[in-house]
Design a protein around this ligand. Sequence first.
Ligand SMILES: [Fe+2]
Length: 231
Amino acid sequence: MKEAIRRFAETVAEMYLAKSSLNYAAQAELEEFAGLLTAVDWSADIQPTPPAGRVAGLRHLPDALAAAYAAGDCPVLDALRLCIGLTPWETYYARDAWSAPFLDDFASGELIGPSGTVKNRDISLGLFLLGPDTTYTEHAHASTEIYYVLGGGALWTMGRADNAKAFAPGDLVYTAPDQRHDIRTGERPLLAAWTWKADPGAPSYHRSGGPWQDGAQRFPALVNRDLQQAG
Ligand SMILES: [Fe+2]
């Protein structure tokens, strides 16, 4: 089990380093994230995470995986075959006005991280699944976040409602600290690997008053967590 997750982490790190040489704007962060992924301590025993209850969004996983493998073979997908079944999928967020628009079409699972299958406090690596025609509502967080798109695709909107860009399999999406963003799918689902500089003191937040409004910072309620921390 541990070796499968390790292989997945190392292939993601290799992909980050390969992309960093292509002059991505986030070159320093890509190299830092790759270093953190390869520095994970694999010596501790791991315990499979107990099921977190029904995750309705998982019904989109077969289509998302089909889209990923239809996009072509790559080392990350090869490694994903071995650890997809180890992913501790969950809804992560409790239901409220902010999460309700996507909660039934969403699943996330942390393979490495403070709450992950492999415990680590410096970086998180997980999988993110969003069904078709769904918007993962605008939010921000103090941590840098990097997604690697595996299957399907989505439109990432950054900073303001009209600043959107489409991303497809093989693309990296870099989100700077405190950068507002939302993620919206079209007719295809989205499957992506996400990495997050784990910091339980820097949770995700959104603004009251709806997307792109400047209301007070609000922290969504989480399930299955003692501390607020989000990706
Ligand atoms: Fe985010």
